[in-house]
Design a protein around this ligand. Structure first.
Ligand code: G6P
Length: 612
């Protein structure tokens, strides 16, 4: 959940680190800090955002060609100046930044206290740096070795970088369960939680694997080994995205930019995979596992948050088209309930970040039980992408806004392609119907663009409901997950309580809440259970609820009943989620902006949840 960035080379470290922290701020933003090594090792840290740290450091000494920096999302200890990272060792000769949780920090801390160590913070991280220094002094080993020995005593998750004033040109870093990327420049190295702070400096990167330690020294080759002391050859990869993907490009917020990117990102998700003219859908990444997919008796999809909603759309798609039974599970529940699963099962993990701790743990569990694990991830080289047997990247590009938008539509696009591919291979769909759907799928990016043109209208509807205290979102069939996603978007960024419900379930509870104060967003597009949804709308109207309806262009019946209607282009029922989600993203966005909320960095949330 935290962001870490470090630099060693010939350039001034401070501007690189502070810019890197801004890029990583989406990962956590309750406190931030920097350690710079010039003549001595100095730490500057403060509660608040990266901008607060930058202000705080205005009149401080910025010198140093080596440094480490951190933006935090608190787990151990409240967010304050003391708990912020980096943390010094006892002698102040070492400092550390850490992302993750040291689970056995309690016994380690007691042991260190019994040997005279005193702790200034409430963090688990401080335990680790004392331990490293203790080993270094008592066992007379060098810094990389002391880090290695210490990590062998640690239970939990970590990505760490250690700096020492004995080594003005060296950093030692390691990972387990939290991501870490090394960027290789000219006579210099960058280390970071993801590639976003690195891409403007170099495209050559090495993604560390779990339990790997890297020692980087200016002007020398990096040294990579496992914590069991096995030397490894670094695998250097090329970053495939550009700097422009990380900038707001004239938009007020990343979230708005990402909403507007969807015609492009959906196209990118389909590129090289959908060829409507020749009637071909193919997913190269999982081709080897296709025979297994075609014969499987069921698929289990695991995910969290927005990705879980995409997975639900996937369930409807795979069952309808490929006739494969699908179960969709919250990764956090799946991992703790001893699920019935074996080598005949196929598990698909869906994750934007590829780092979500619960999803990773669920994968491990399924793998232990012998299942085949496939991934649908956005972040290339992420932990989940590497923990799966095979997978498909969504290619939506970096998503910075904490509330997921373009990643959702990209995930749904991939699941649609997967369902279509399996259906045509299994023969569960007529060729003519298959062609009809893929022709329409190719039209979707253009129709998303058309939907985005409704932004002004949507913004004026949003204005009316800025002061609502509750919202209900209703949908049936393919539009049920859309309703869930719409409600999640609103609560995440505007802090208005919102619930998504299958429209027909409303009468089993939420109907009790409906009065003239209650806005109800109903996704009532013209295919599927349209008449049933119409009845649900009447039920809301009878109780004086305010209806905001998402309807198909040209709709008459719902428009007559609804207080406000948003008309989206006509499409296949099973492709509606790709269009109907757009106005819901925009409603949430505009309401949040009008309520003066921090859209890109909502309170208490983080983009990548690497803790349980
Ligand atoms: C966090 C993010 C959500 C995201 C969820 C799952 O809660 O704020 O936007 O949907 O994690 O993340 P993943 O990266 O696995 O899709």
């Amino acid at each position: 959940m935290c962001g870490i960035v470090a630099y060693v080379g010939d350039k001034d470290a401070f501007p690189i680190l502070i810019k890197g922290l801004y890029r990583l701020e989406y990962r956590g933003y309750d406190s931030a800090g920097i350690a710079l090594l010039n003549e001595s090792l100095k730490i500057y840290k403060t509660r608040g955002k990266v901008a607060d740290l930058e202000n705080f450091m205005q009149d401080k000494d910025h010198k140093g060609k080596i440094g480490i920096a951190h933006t935090r999302w608190a787990t151990h200890g409240e967010p304050n100046d003391i708990n912020a990272h980096p943390h010094y060792s006892r002698t102040k000769k070492l400092a550390i930044i850490h992302n993750g949780i040291i689970e056995n920090y309690g016994p380690l801390k007691e042991e260190l206290i019994s040997r005279g160590y005193r702790f200034t913070s409430d963090t688990d991280t401080e335990v680790l740096i004392h331990l490293i220094e203790d080993i270094r002094q008592n066992e007379g080993v060098d810094l990389p070795e002391a880090v290695r020995i210490a990590l062998n005593q640690v239970i939990g998750a970590y990505a760490i970088v250690v700096i020492s004033d004995d080594h003005p040109d060296m950093l030692v870093a390691a990972r387990k369960g939290s991501p870490l990327v090394v960027g290789i420049g000219d006579n210099e190295y960058y280390l970071a939680s993801d590639a976003t702070p690195i891409v403007e400096h170099t495209k050559d990167v090495v993604y560390l694997d779990d339990e790997e330690i890297v020692t980087v020294k200016k002007g020398e080759k990096m040294l990579l080994k496992t914590i069991r002391n096995r030397v490894k050859t670094p695998y250097i990869q090329k970053l495939e995205f550009n700097l422009s993907a990380l900038e707001k490009g004239g938009f007020e917020h990343f979230m708005l930019k990402e909403i507007y990117e969807q015609p492009r990102s959906i196209r990118d998700s389909m590129r090289g995979r959908l060829n409507a003219r020749d009637g071909i859908v193919s997913l190269g990444g999982i081709l080897d596992y296709e025979p297994k997919l075609l014969n499987t008796h069921r698929i289990i999809i695991i995910a969290c948050g927005t990705s879980w909603h995409a997975a639900l759309v996937g369930e409807y798609l795979l069952e309808e088209l490929a006739r494969i039974p699908v179960e969709v599970e919250y990764a956090s529940e799946f991992r703790y309930r001893n699920p019935v699963i074996d080598e005949t099962d196929i598990v698909i993990a869906v994750s934007q970040s590829g780092e979500t701790a619960d999803t990773l743990a669920a994968i491990e569990l399924a793998r232990e039980k012998g299942a085949t694990i496939l991934g649908i991830c956005n972040v290339v080289g992420s932990s989940i992408a590497r923990a799966t047997h095979a997978g498909v990247y969504t290619h939506a590009g970096p998503e910075i806004g904490v509330a997921s938008t373009k990643a959702f539509t990209a995930q749904v696009t991939i699941l649609t392609l997967m369902a279509l591919r399996l259906a045509i291979k299994k023969g569960t769909i007529e060729t003519s119907r298959f062609q009809q759907i893929i022709d329409e799928l190719e039209e979707i990016p253009r129709k998303v663009e058309e939907t985005l043109n409704l932004d002004k209208e949507i913004s004026s509807i949003a204005k009316i409901f800025t002061y609502a205290r509750n919202f209900l979102y209703l949908g049936r069939g393919y539009n049920f997950p859309v309703a869930l996603e719409g409600a999640l978007k609103l609560k995440e960024i505007s802090y208005i309580h919102a619930e998504g419900y299958p429209a027909a379930e409303m009468k089993h509870g939420p109907i009790a809440l409906i009065d003239r104060e209650m806005p109800v967003v109903v996704i009532a597009t013209n295919r599927g259970p349209y008449d049933k949804v119409l009845t649900n709308i009447q039920e809301v109207k009878a109780r004086k609820g305010k209806i905001i309806a998402i309807v198909t262009k040209g709709d008459k019946k719902v428009r007559e009943l609804a207080d406000y209607s948003i008309e989206i282009p006509e499409t296949e029922e099973l492709l509606v989620p790709l269009l109907a989600t757009i106005p819901l993203q925009l409603i949430a966005y505009h309401i949040a902006v009008m309520r003066d909320c921090n859209v890109d960095q909502p309170r208490n949330l983080a983009k990548s949840v690497t803790v349980e």
